[in-house]
Write a protein that binds this ligand. Structure first.
Ligand code: 4AD
Ligand code: MG
Length: 480
């Protein structure tokens, strides 16, 4: 007989059938006559109950059946004796695939802190919380591809190693094959990259956008979904050095089309998770509520996780310009009573996450699409508005998260783009390929970037971005 996954057993009628299941022991309860083993194989948040009769199974096998051990169980599915339980498996034979010495196995059948689990990232996927998080993460990734595929977008694989810095923020990780202990030095005293692998300075990509734009200027609608890297030294619960980004780019879209797409897309992927991850989200909803109850009254969320997800899907996002937002913030009680760390005084300042969260959580109480930022605080490629001061940028701000999406209509006019690049010290000669799209068959186009982990953070209700990616990369942390 063939192995059956626990999810399959839970969703179908297997009564009286002989099956084989495999998985890891979560708990074992024993009395003189019988042992109950809760087995989990990752296919579902739910464990499957195995009834083990010491008259049938050897004492040695039952002794090795400890939390964390991996088992192969042969037996028959029967209706459960226990009240309110589903079916269970009566074991005829158990093979121990892998023992887990209870003295040494770090995961005990109790609640561990997330900080502790972060230290054992190689094992934490065996817990209920991380099982749920990674199943939801998978569903969201699948929904991203489904959404764009159904809309006729093409998935483009943009390079990981590049010679450009799309955001122009200088937060890149260098890539080199040079011996940095003894690098070749050119006449001007600097490292000579001519003998480096690519014969020039290269880095890990911070964004696939520029290459995405090239593709959109031929394929029409494209999206990227890949890893991006930022050497920003922000040790926060919202930043990773290595994160995944989804970047659609659309020819013939203007700023408003871009906003409409972003809102529709976010609602779609969240609905998809709600429909397809019911058990996991219910578990995470409980978890978040427990976490919330340990907080001070004024720091508790107004809505539970499930309620918050439904609310976002059902309500129109608030759209307003940066200039309007500055007015709201300036006149807010938080500003007047100096509750912001950075007080809002003048137009032109960059918004901090405390301001973004004020707008979303205290003022509008719904997701916000902020548009038309001052050009000085945004990237070189954003389309300049007629006022000469602002660009056609958009940031989407989410409750509990802050910025989840950043995007814009792109500057498609060669003269304006070249001038802006020069003003911002972006090397126009090296970016000849980017400017070529404006030289030949240029057209209005727009796009945005969704930080995938910030989306997973929102949908799982977890509090720290390190807990929604399997192997987080943050300052000082890259164990394996
Ligand atoms: O706002 P950002 O920097 O925009 C871009 O990279 C554009 N090229 C996107 C585009 O228009 N195609 O980053 C986009 C999103 C942010 O809104 C945020 O969700 C996420 O990427 N992000 C990060 N997520 C985790 N860790 C970090 N260090 C992040 N930096 C940005
Ligand atoms: Mg941004």
């Amino acid at each position: 007989n063939k192995r059956v996954k626990i999810k399959e057993l839970l969703e179908n009628d297997y009564i009286d059938r002989d099956v084989v299941i495999m998985g890891w022991v979560r708990t074992k309860r024993s009395n003189k006559n019988v042992s109950f083993i809760a087995l989990n194989d990752g296919s579902s948040i739910k464990n499957y109950q195995i009834v083990a009769d010491p008259n049938i199974l050897s004492e040695e096998i039952l002794k090795k059946t400890t939390t964390g051990a991996c088992l192969k169980v042969f037996g028959k599915i029967v209706p459960s004796q226990g009240a309110g339980q589903q079916n269970e498996l009566v074991a005829a034979k158990i093979d121990i695939l892998g023992e887990a010495d209870p003295e040494k196995y770090p995961l005990q059948p109790k609640k561990h802190s997330l900080e502790f689990l972060r230290e054992i990232a190689h094992l934490r996927v065996r817990t209920n919380t991380f099982g749920a998080v990674f199943r939801v993460r998978h569903a969201l990734a699948f929904a991203v591809h489904k959404y764009f595929n159904d809309k006729g977008f093409f998935y483009i694989h943009t390079p990981i190693i590049t010679a450009s810095d799309a955001e122009g923020a200088g937060e890149t990780f260098k890539v080199t094959t040079l011996d940095l202990k003894n690098p070749p030095i050119s006449e001007d005293g600097k490292i000579d990259f001519k003998s480096d692998f690519f014969e020039k300075e290269t880095n890990l990509t911070v964004s696939g956008q520029l290459e995405g734009e090239l593709a959109a200027m031929g394929l029409g609608d494209i999206y990227t979904f890949g890893p991006t890297f930022r050497a920003e030294n922000s040790n926060t619960a919202r930043h990773l050095a290595e994160f995944w980004m989804i970047e659609p780019e659309m020819a013939f879209y203007d700023a408003e089309d871009n906003q409409d797409l972003a809102e529709d897309f976010l609602k779609y992927v969240i609905s998809y998770a709600l429909e397809n991850c019911k058990d996991d989200i219910a578990f995470l909803d409980n978890r978040a509520a427990e976490e919330d109850s340990t907080k001070k009254a004024d720091q508790r969320s107004e809505m539970g996780l499930l309620e918050r997800l439904q609310f976002v899907v059902e309500n129109k996002f608030q759209r307003l310009t940066y200039t309007e937002a500055i007015d709201v913030l300036k006149n807010s009680n938080y500003n007047k009573k100096q509750k912001f760390q950075y007080l809002i005084e003048d137009w032109g300042v960059d918004l901090q996450s405390e301001h973004e969260r004020y707008l979303v959580e205290k003022h509008f109480k719904k997701p916000v699409i902020l548009t038309d930022y001052p050009k000085e605080i945004k990237a070189f490629y954003m389309r300049q508005n007629d006022d000469g001061k602002t660009v056609a940028a958009m940031d989407i701000l989410f409750p509990g998260i802050g910025e989840i999406v950043g995007g814009s209509q792109r500057e498609e006019r060669l003269d304006l783009l070249s001038k802006r690049m020069e003003e911002m010290n972006i090397p126009t000669e090296e970016m000849w390929w980017y400017l070529d799209t404006r030289r030949f068959g240029s057209t209005p186009h727009a796009g945005f970037g969704l930080g995938f982990e910030r989306l997973v953070l929102f949908v799982t209700g977890m509090g720290n971005i390190r807990d929604v990616i399997a192997f987080p990369r943050t300052p000082g942390h890259a164990e394996f």
